[in-house]
Design a binder for this molecule. Structure first.
Ligand code: HEM
Length: 376
């Protein structure tokens, strides 16, 4: 017993010394271009400096409230936009913002990068055995089945149903045909929404900087080497990092941090792959590889609801913005981006809502100059 206690105390003392030494070395080098200590981390790749036993635990703890930006800084400093994060209590994780690596993981070596048991076990209670949470044959069978639900025909049927319901609701409210407040649908059909190029660009640009899914991980089924030379071991977590990719100058140029619609509007219409040419909604995407902009993932597991998501976002944005002007209550405040399973803003965004005065040409409205209310 005494022997065990001595061993226990000695082990913890050693660990404490390692943590303190690591901590001192980290604080000395905190002014590096990574905003923290990074470089060849001693774990077979670029990343936060790692130490025996604890790995990068100290740096990770220090940056725990700003992981997105910390990873982004390290990825930007990495020669190939890939880092390796090794820390006590977690499996070795390769994080990449390199489009060639992302294509390799999501498409070329798709079979080697399932979500993996560490993911599916944790989310099993929440997601069950649904398409989001299974791999292999189970996923393949569901994907085939669900793909029909998301076909162009299914989308059109759904659109007809939704627009019918809106019309019925408006009739019931008495808005009727003579109403100047011409309602949510505004007589637009699916193709009209698909053709809204400026709004499409605004949505793409917003999601470039604030992707609803900020990062997404797979687990390697077998050893592999990524196109940039990073070694991946069986069981390693491999994360493609949408948030960081949206901010990489190596991908978007020196103005990567700026919100710019020109990035999208200057792209040729259609012209890209078959899917882009066939769909007006995808036209603004022409020329932008999903492996450079994996906001909806890419490869065989691409988001099935992408088209529908754009139509829904355009429907809501155009219906609200056409009738109301929204202004942030606190213009100086940048809301904190919270990257949970899907992202949101901490504390929401309080805005002042003001009804727009209808333009004279279309002005048959009776209630054009309504008051203000505050909402979030
Ligand atoms: C802006 C909105 C959306 C974004 C950014 C988005 C993004 C994504 C991402 C990143 C994935 C991959 C997740 C993973 O494999 O871990 C995904 C998968 C998926 N999404 Fe979306 N999504 C959006 C909206 C939608 C909508 C509205 C639907 C359905 C109506 C939908 C249906 C799906 C399905 C079924 C999958 C699973 C595909 C598979 O595993 O084969 N998504 N989405």
């Amino acid at each position: 017993m005494i022997c065990f206690m001595a061993w226990f105390v000695a082990a913890w003392s050693c660990l404490l010394v390692v943590v303190m030494v690591s901590s001192m070395r980290l604080s000395r080098s905190a002014s590096s271009s990574c905003g923290s200590s990074c470089g060849h981390g001693g774990h077979g790749g670029w990343g936060p400096r790692s130490y025996p036993v604890i790995g990068c635990l100290v740096a990770f703890y220090r940056n725990r409230r700003r992981l997105l930006d910390w990873y982004t800084e390290m990825l930007a400093a990495s020669p190939s936009q890939t880092i390796v994060v090794d820390r006590l209590g977690a499996r070795r994780t390769v994080v990449t913002a390199n489009p060639a690596n992302v294509e390799h993981i999501l498409r070329a070596r798709f079979a080697n990068y399932p979500k993996g048991k560490p993911f599916t076990d944790v989310l099993g209670d929440l997601l069950g055995m649904g398409i989001f949470n299974v791999d292999g044959e189970l996923w393949h069978a569901q994907r085939k089945l669900v793909s029909h639900e998301f076909s162009a025909r299914a989308l059109r049927d759904l659109e007809a149903q939704v627009l019918d319901e809106i019309a019925a609701t408006r009739r019931a409210r008495g808005a009727g045909e003579e109403g100047g407040d011409d309602g949510e649908g505004e007589g637009l059909d699916l193709d009209d929404y698909r053709r809204m190029r400026v709004l499409h660009a605004a949505l793409c640009e917003t999601m470039r900087l604030y992707p609803p899914v900020a990062w997404d991980s797979k687990h390697a089924a077998a050893d592999d080497v990524l196109p940039d030379g990073t070694a991946v071991g069986r069981g390693d977590r491999v994360t493609y990092f949408q948030y960081g990719m949206g901010r990489m100058e190596a991908i978007w140029g020196a103005d990567a941090a700026d919100f710019s619609l020109d990035r999208w509007l200057s792209l040729p219409r259609g012209g890209g792959d078959g899917a882009a040419a066939a769909s007006p909604a995808a036209a603004a995407f022409a020329g932008v590889s999903p492996f450079k902009y994996p906001v909806f993932q890419g490869g065989p597991r691409t988001c099935l609801g992408k088209e529908m998501a754009f139509v829904q976002m355009k429907f809501v944005a155009s219906a609200v913005l056409r009738r109301f002007e929204l202004r942030p209550v606190d213009e100086g405040r940048t809301p904190a981006f919270v990257p949970l399973m899907t992202a949101h803003m901490a504390g929401g965004l309080n805005v002042t809502v003001r009804r727009r005065t209808p333009a004279p040409a279309t002005s048959t409205a009776t209630n054009g100059t309504g008051g203000e209310l505050t909402s979030s």
